[in-house]
Design a protein around this ligand. Structure first.
Ligand code: GCO
Length: 449
């Protein structure tokens, strides 16, 4: 596989998120976020770890961007921390926080690195959480004010915005399962949070479009997962369709003007309880692109003991394919199928794979990290993207998750997703073999696995 196999103009980059790399959790006027708080709650994060220091990127971004440039990476997706900019979520802005992002964006420009900026990658200001967070409609209004502020402030420096990162994950894992911040549980938290997030998703797009220059593209990102029915019977196929409605369509369909997929899952109709008159029309927005992020495929089984959803997934142990350090099955065709599934929506104009990557138990040995499993993973997922791009011209980019090892939420620092290894105690960076493979690929060389 060579870069020139991809369509002209197809972009390659890497991705990170503020809480996972920045550190500097309480300096220069930054307010606390729900992730700062969640990490303080005993038992929530593996090893009791937190993003307090993370990769110390806040202080080391110049060197990190130097390394990115050396590797030939010219497109970089990262997020802004809302509480660094608005310590209380609303009201007084923190000039030092804004200055930091101006410096970061300027450092990208100087190195000819194109920034792709996510407005919200999960670090809600704690002040908003204490008033109900996303379960409270006020948080949607606060988000709109924040979106308005940043799209004006960074108008001259940002040409690619993404409103949200993976609304399904932060609402379901954070507000239904309670495994991520803020640790809320149950449908009574999930449904209002999901509705307010869906409003924020579309309204954030409208605000960015109104404030940005005409050459700015506005998108938002979605997690997605590929279901395979346990057996090819009607019951299991319908279970897989319900899985698809929850994991893939719940936040995407409304933005495309199709409403929540409640025909497929009638039990989720209750979400309308949290709506106000006129909300239905507000859920849609004509984004310039969507970001697709796929890490899992699941084998899905009809399950009569699971009310509302009526399905369950079968554990990885019973699967035949290899898994990553997260226990996720390696299945490149899932990305291929999902890209084509999304490309079929006439409402979707352009698709980037805004995250793709894997964690493996990397070891630093005499300054080198050999990671053939990641090399193969990236090769195969890039190949899946290429195959999809050959079928649909909407597919136009691929970002590796992640540029460097970082704080993997409830899993702490054990899973290493980076193509650059981070020695945390020393805060040293070491490009892994996969980083050199990507460098060679970007330079036009053939890569094979
Ligand atoms: C997500 C986030 C990233 C993760 C990555 C690996 O998808 O959960 O966007 O922050 O670190 O996906 O799990």
């Amino acid at each position: 596989m060579k870069r020139s196999d991809f369509p002209e103009g197809f972009i390659f980059g890497t991705a990170t998120a503020a809480y996972q790399i920045e550190g500097a959790a309480a300096v220069d006027g930054k307010g606390p976020s729900i992730w700062d708080d969640f990490c303080q709650s005993p038992g929530k994060i593996a090893g009791g770890e937190s993003g307090e220091l993370a990769c110390d990127h806040y202080n080391r971004f110049e060197q990190d961007l130097d390394l990115m440039k050396d590797l030939g990476l010219k497109h970089y997706r990262f997020s802004l921390s809302w509480p660094r900019i608005l310590p209380y979520g609303v009201g007084a802005k923190n000039q030092r926080g804004l200055d930091y992002y101006h410096r970061l964006l300027e450092a990208c420009r100087k190195r000819d690195i194109e920034p792709y900026v996510t407005m919200y990658h999960w670090d809600l200001p704690s002040a908003l959480e204490s008033r109900g967070g996303w379960t409270n409609r006020d948080t949607y209004h606060a988000f709109c004010d924040y979106a308005d502020l940043i799209t004006r402030e960074f108008k001259d420096q940002v040409r690619h915005w993404m409103v949200l990162n993976e609304p399904f994950v932060f609402t379901a894992v954070g507000h239904f399962a309670g495994i991520h911040a803020p640790g809320r549980k149950g449908l009574r938290n999930f449904l209002p949070a999901a509705h307010h997030v869906t409003l924020a998703q579309a309204e954030g797009g409208r605000i960015a479009r109104a404030n940005a220059t005409s050459d700015t593209e506005i998108g938002t990102t979605f997690s997605c997962a590929y279901p395979t029915p346990h057996r090819n019977t009607r019951l299991h196929q319908k279970a897989a369709a319900r899985y698809d409605a929850v994991f893939n369509r719940f936040f995407l369909d409304p933005v495309c003007g199709r409403g929540y997929p409640v025909d497929t899952i009638p039990g989720l109709k209750k979400i309308w309880k949290y709506a106000k008159t006129g909300d239905e029309e507000k859920l849609a927005f004509d984004f310039d692109f969507i970001g697709v992020q796929n890490y899992i495929r699941d084998v899905v089984k009809f399950w009569p003991f699971q009310p509302v959803l009526w399905f369950k997934t079968i554990e990885p142990a019973k699967r035949v394919e290899k898994t990553t350090d997260m226990g996720w099955e390696i299945y490149p065709d899932s990305l291929y199928h999902l890209l084509l599934q999304f490309a079929e929506y006439p409402e979707i104009k352009k698709i980037y794979v805004t995250e793709s990557g894997a964690a493996f138990p990397d070891k630093l040995v005499q300054g080198r990290v050999s990671d053939p499993e990641r090399q193969k993973y990236l090769h195969d997922y890039m190949d899946a993207t290429l195959r999809a791009a050959q079928k649909s011209s909407k597919i136009q980019g691929y970002f590796v998750w992640s540029f460097m090892d970082n704080f993997e939420w409830a899993e702490g620092y054990r899973p290493r997703f980076g193509i650059v290894y981070v020695d945390y105690p020393e805060q040293q960076r070491y490009p892994k073999d996969s980083a050199f493979m990507i460098r060679d690929f970007l330079a036009g060389k053939e890569i094979s696995f």
